[in-house]
Design a protein around this ligand. Sequence first.
Ligand code: HDE
Length: 731
Amino acid sequence: MATRKKIIPDENPPASEANAKTADLLQNTESGQGEFMTTNHGVRINDDQNSLKAGERGPSLLEDFILREKITHFDHERIPERVVHARGSAAHGVFKVYKPLSQYTKANFLNDTSAETPVFVRFSTVAGSRGSTDMPRDVRGFAVKFYTQEGNFDLVGNNMPVFFIQDAIKFPDLIHAVKPEPHNEIPQAASAHDTFWDFVSHNSEATHMIMWLMSDRALPRSLRMMEGFGVHTFRLVNAEGISSFVKFHWKPLLGVHSIAWNESQNISGKDPDFHRRDLWEAIESGNFPEWEMGVQIVPEADEHKFDFDLLDPTKLIPEELVPVIRIGKMTLNRNPDNFFAETEQVAFHVGHIVPGIDFTNDPLLQGRIFSYTDTQLLRLGGPNFHEIPINRPVVPVHNNQRDGLMRQTINKDRTSYNPNSLGNGCPFQAGAMKGGFTSYQERIDSKKIRERSPSFFDFFSQATLFYNSQSEPEKNHLTDALRFELSMVKSIEIRKRMLGILTYVDKGLAAQVAYGLGLNIPTDIGLINHGIPADADPQTYQPIIKEGALTKSASLSMANNVLDSIKTRKVAILAADDVNKDSLMTVKNALLAEGAVVEIVAPRLGTIRSTKNEEISVDKSLLTTPSVLYDAVYVPGGTNSVATLAADADAVHFLNEAYKHCKPIAADQDAVQMLEATYFSKKLPENNNDDTVIREGVVLGNDAASISTQFIKAMKMHRFWEREKPRKVPA
Ligand code: HDE
């Protein structure tokens, strides 16, 4: 019989044992393996498949408490989904700091290099409902709960470093605008509709974020291959009480990669759980996702040295101005045991900070501090959501809070107030010397006003910086995204207003988008919002480039990111009966040795035969698996295998689509018949007479070993976006 692990909340383990016990504490596992079924009150159930009836064919009886308990529980199994970030996936892991950061912060988990701080990380999309696709064009949430020895620290960030609005009071407007429209609840998980662009076109402070949202950053290849950002400027505070400003970053060790928009739309149909599955499978197979935590630190004295305001969440600090120092590593190494108990019930809160970390006066951050408790009260049903196992700290909780819905802790003491003498004054206030949290003593001497600082009123220069920093293919994608989204908007007035705004980012961009919309850039658009003189003429306006300001920032383009690994990339090997097994295995083994995931895809399931009559197991059939679920494709030789595939429309489509989405493709020379069946074969650039030919990511050769080498080289490049425009495939 399985033993039960029971949690007694006020008997949390001492600090030294806490790490080891975290997994147990967080799990409260009730697997039921080997146990008899009982009611919720522990009575053994004789039969749970037949309700109590008056006779074999008679009516069910009201006294059937087993039926009623089962159905009542079922009727109450749903809680309100998150108002934003409803669609999410999560994992457990650990964080380790590389070097003590005592110069900047006294936070223990950023100083103790021997500590493995447990974390729980939830990734999410923003606009869609809980059951929506993983693959919309959207921001991704990147929320990390650190269970530190000084209490929980939540870094509730996104995969983009800036935000749409500067002040929290605008958040409900932003979210009302992007969510499905209220009269018909259309469209699900998409920003391409009138209300969103209506809001954006009246809210030019969103322009920088719009550039990120229209870029490929909104289409991550994997949750494991995207950056994370704390967005706001926070404070670090050291033991002497000296504070520095800090921006938090997460840098994925697999690099930052995206997919094509057309691909993303297809995946939504073929596998709407694409990101969730990818994360789950990577962890199950031991390919633990890793990120390095980075910090950009700005001494307090340098607060006003930038040409933007550090408190403005629509601005980033270019890495050229303040480098990102990598200070530690996070590894996700365990999937949740139960989606609802952990991923759904986890409650993040930007206000969960520990000594050594503090807030700034960013008006967006300030509003969030209020919002997150409030939302959990509604979503998790009362003030005791911190007692749900996934939300509990690994250190003991002692205070005078009592009662409330669903209270778990059975407090045994008589006093629940402070000061007291009946309880010997317990629990004591720690005071700063014993690790009590003290707020940074920022001096404030000002009038109460409902206004924004003029230092927040440059809405375009960082949008221009972002656009200018993109590679040509990235710029093309951004233009196409804007054309797509604004074409879905029905109101011509909104489209025109957006063209006006884009003019202030880059005139060429605005002109290209205008062309796609069949519109001219309007001349009569003054900007409703701050940032541009009301009488500025979009036709003659030049973007503001401040003196000495950067014109490009390398880290803003994914093209400059890590391109040195094919670890966990998925490769399809297309094969049919009479395939050349030697080639197939040589390439497969070379890919596996580099850490790739390889699947044999054939016209049907079961096994296929090799030319030497050996059996080869098939992983997937063409019926269920499209090319959009893979990063690259290889076609081994074997006359009959190639002939079968060349005559199979699904196989030919597989290759055409992989080419369209700019993926590496490899084939044996004697599989060339298969390539010739494709649309793109005649469009390949000239053969450059290399032994193994690699042309815009298409590798063709006689020798499987050198095909492997070239194919792996091509896969490290991730995608060959430059083939996209001139050689577009109509698939
Ligand atoms: Fe959130 N946000 N947010 N947000 N947010 C929520 O909290 C809110 C903002 C972010 O995986 C909610 O538990 C306000 C910025 C993530 O569980 C809610 C404002 C950033 C998640 C809420 C913001 C975020 C949330 C909904 C403007 C990036 C998912 C359910 C002042 C730095 C966390 C919940 C998870 C979730 C409010 C702006 C990130 C309603 C009022 C900026 C990753 O409380």
